[in-house]
Design a protein around this ligand. Structure first.
Ligand code: ZN
Length: 408
């Protein structure tokens, strides 16, 4: 934490109880004037997604009604959604951060940016659009789906940049390959967000689309996508430490981890007005990368997201993250990037079945055997490997679910 950041935090804390009923209640028994150091700050309670849900619909609002110009909502896959109110300044700040993301990827006003994330209550499409317009680029606001039209616009308007989830980028790449239209595609760069994805999938998308790929990070609770972005050097994502403070904690104990270690990302906003957040637990797993980036940007970096704290599965007593499974798959010759995991409990034993796609004309039995050996060596458990043809596992336009736990 820099002195400047500590100042931002103490200033924010000095007024937050008067502005936010939510934090007035949360910090009821805490004298925020006592927070004078990083260590003091790290003693403050976390803000959780459950807290935000309980504040539904507008309990988070920390400004008078006339200052709220928009709301966004995070997906309510598990019950009540979370509503985040934005002031004009929040929307402008988000746009400025997003423009910075595009600039980090070297985009300019000459680019033609095709946006496939959805528009609506969630923050995806509109964030990509505001940043691109601020940059002065030409926006092609497609939203998700309708692959035929996506490809037609991509060819006719000569899109140079595609913004998509990794699974939708893969679907488009495969479609371009299948239709033999690669020579009519002008894409140079891809901005890929909101999903964790493996190295193998990255290589396939990059080679089939013929583009350089950039990771973008964000979540609706904290503006939306656009709070961190990878640069040309593909060594993590720069995050905007003039707007946000990032901490990495051990998800089990809640304690800050030693520098450089992986854990759960916790974010505090410095400038957010509509719904400021103090120590918000993202459930995203990453680490802070130390040292300077060869690109020269002064903004610090986090690693690409390796998973979600709730993605962690325990099989035969071993904690496993999807990113580790992807690592294993990457190392097995003739195995492709797509996979699916089924976990069952039979006769008192956990059974992990790994379905994975293999390159055409490969010897499935041999690849399965190699997968089993690699998995045991790297992760430490014996699995049931099942090789399938490319295209047999489902592709999705949304966040992919690859792990099915049938034990409970
Ligand atoms: Zn860099």
């Amino acid at each position: 934490m820099t002195e400047q950041q500590l100042l931002c935090i103490t200033q924010q804390l000095s007024t937050i109880k008067s502005k936010s009923a939510f934090y007035r209640k949360k910090f009821e028994n805490i004298d925020l004037g006592d927070v004078k150091t990083k260590e003091d700050f790290e003693c403050l309670p976390f803000t959780t997604k459950e807290d935000l849900r309980e504040a539904y619909p507008l309990g988070l609002q920390a400004v008078p009604d006339e200052e709220v110009i928009r709301i966004h909502s995070s997906s309510g896959t598990t019950g009540t959604p979370v509503i985040i109110p934005y002031t004009k300044k929040d929307v402008d700040d988000w746009r400025d951060m997003f423009r910075r993301c595009y600039e980090t990827a070297g985009l300019t006003s000459l680019d033609r940016i095709q946006i496939t994330p959805g528009y609506g209550l969630w923050t995806a499409g509109i964030g990509f659009q505001n940043g691109a317009e601020s940059l002065g680029a030409m926006v092609i606001p497609m939203g998700p789906g309708n692959t035929d039209k996506q490809l037609k616009m991509m060819m006719d308007l000569k899109s140079t940049v595609i913004c998509a989830t990794s699974s939708y980028a893969l679907l488009l790449a495969e479609e371009i390959e299948k239709r033999g239209i690669k020579n009519k595609i002008y894409l140079k760069k891809g901005v890929i967000g909101s999903e964790r994805w493996g190295e193998k999938m990255r290589k396939r998308i990059a080679s089939e689309l013929g583009v350089k790929l950039y990771d973008i990070y964000g979540l609706t609770e904290i503006y939306g996508p656009g709070i961190a972005m990878s640069c040309d050097y593909e060594c993590g994502m720069h995050y905007w430490d003039d707007y946000l403070y990032f901490e990495i904690i051990d998800p089990k104990t809640g304690k800050t981890v030693p520098k450089g270690q992986s854990g759960e990302l916790v974010v505090t906003t410095f400038r957010k007005q509509g719904a400021p957040l103090i120590r918000y637990r993202t459930h995203d797993l990453t680490r802070i990368i130390e040292g300077n980036c060869p690109c020269g940007l002064k903004y610090p970096r986090i690693d690409i997201i390796i998973g979600r704290t709730d993605d962690m599965i325990k099989v035969k007593g071993v904690n496993i993250f999807p990113a580790q499974i992807e690592e294993v798959i990457k190392d097995v010759e003739n195995a492709s990037s797509e996979y699916q995991v089924m976990i069952d409990h039979l006769n008192g034993k956990d059974i992990l079945t790994l379905f994975f796609e293999v390159e055409p004309n490969s010897d499935k039995k041999r690849v399965e055997e190699a997968m089993k050996i690699h998995f045991k060596a790297k992760i430490g458990i014996v699995i049931v490997p099942k090789a399938v043809e490319i295209g047999e596992l489902p592709r999705s336009e949304k966040k992919s679910t690859r792990i099915y736990d049938n034990r409970y």
